[in-house]
Write a protein that binds this ligand. Structure first.
Ligand SMILES: Cc1ncc(COP(=O)(O)O)c(C=O)c1O
Length: 362
């Protein structure tokens, strides 16, 4: 079986973890501080705050930015549920804007009409590793005095017109789940140039403590461990190489599949560095059949995502609805193929041959 995603862990990560285990500091300690410093320097922000997951990074970023009850945040429904759940955690209301049919990222054109006096923030997601169209989003936010929190969970190392993903909004959130471009097992990171957001995120990450046993706020335990950070430091050193391999694999797949009728290969917007967290085909009419065909041939696939977030049972029950026809259609037609750096040339050939076989165009 060729998995749709796999972490790449070698001796370096193992040795670094062993060093931590022998050091006596296994919870949040010096390795977390080192990972934060290196990650901030990689993204080019003043601050980075490590967390226990991408989800807790989003939760903390919204809290630290002062978003809460009565506030609305505008985001995309075509994402992992955690993006919108973060708004619910803080008592805010996610409001869904439809996506661009080619990049699957939030369409800036649909945002303005959703802005109300309660709107506090926009949360664009850099889906599949491709940066959202940030310039019009940042302009809208400036015009309406809104915050921008980037969900960069899938886009470590991606760039938008020369700017690093994670450095453009008021804050940004990354995930280090094992399927992501780099991993720490579980883990997350907030990046920001805003000192107050960073400081508040640090306080709320550790029980709202401003001093030991002085709890000024209702905080959480959202800390990363030094064990995870040691893996993260080793992985960060390989991010550029991992991304280069993802991009090369994606180029091979696109070159080999772009002439196929019945399939659209991924569109890369002008001026961006897409880091191919996912390589997602669009397969109108035959997505599910292609998926079964590939799975039978031992090729893992993924559907990111099978329904817009507002159609999830939780959101239905809470009374959410939205009209996002582009997202609805994408949810029926997208299929992600393996693109990760562990693929061999033979794996890639097998993937291409199988997709072409399905369409009888080999
Ligand atoms: C777009 C997006 N946002 C948020 C998350 C949440 O990250 P985590 O799984 O690390 O909590 C993920 C990843 O799963 C994601 O893909």
């Amino acid at each position: 079986m060729i998995p749709v995603a796999t972490p790449i862990i070698d001796e370096e990560e193992i040795e670094e973890v062993v060093k931590v285990l022998k050091s006596g500091f296994i919870a949040q300690g010096p390795r977390v501080a080192e990972f934060e410093e290196k990650f901030a320097s990689c993204v080019g922000t003043e601050h980075a705050v490590a967390t226990s997951s991408g989800t807790t990074a989003l939760h903390l970023a919204l809290l630290a930015a002062g978003i809460g009850k009565g506030d609305q945040v505008i985001t995309t429904p075509f994402s992992f549920a955690a993006t919108a759940n973060a708004a619910l955690y803080v008592g805010a209301e996610p409001v869904f804007a439809d996506i661009d049919p080619e990049t699957y990222n939030i369409d800036p054109e649909g945002i303005e009409e959703l802005i109300t006096p309660s709107t506090r923030a926009i949360i664009p997601v850099h889906l599949y590793g491709q940066p959202a169209d940030m310039d019009p989003i940042l302009d809208l936010a400036a015009d309406h005095d809104l915050l921008v929190i980037e969900d960069a969970a899938q886009a470590h190392g991606a760039e938008y017109h020369g700017r690093m993903v994670g450095s453009m909004g008021d804050a940004a959130c990354f995930s280090f789940y094992p399927t992501k471009n780099i991993t720490t097992g579980e883990g997350g990171m907030i990046t920001t140039d805003n000192e107050e957001i960073a400081e508040m995120a640090r306080i709320l990450r550790a029980h709202g403590e401003t001093e030991r046993y002085n709890h000024a706020y209702l905080g959480y335990n959202f800390r990363m461990t030094d064990i995870a950070a040691a893996i993260g430091i080793a992985q960060l050193g390989k991010l550029e190489d991992f991304n280069r391999r993802r991009i090369k694999n994606a180029e091979y797949l696109t070159d080999s599949l772009r002439d196929l009728e019945g399939v659209s290969t991924p569109h890369v917007a002008a001026g961006v560095k897409h880091v191919f967290h996912q390589y997602t085909l669009r397969v109108p009419g035959s997505r599910d059949r292609l998926m079964k065909f590939l799975n039978k041939r031992g090729i893992g696939t993924g559907i990111h995502y099978p329904k817009p977030i507002y159609r999830q049972e939780l959101y239905r029950r809470m009374g959410f609805n939205a009209s996002c026809p582009v997202s609805e259609k994408a949810a029926e037609e997208v299929l992600s193929l393996p693109v990760h750096p562990a693929l061999t040339d033979e794996d890639l050939e097998r993937i291409v041959d199988s997709v072409r076989d399905f369409f009888g165009q080999n």
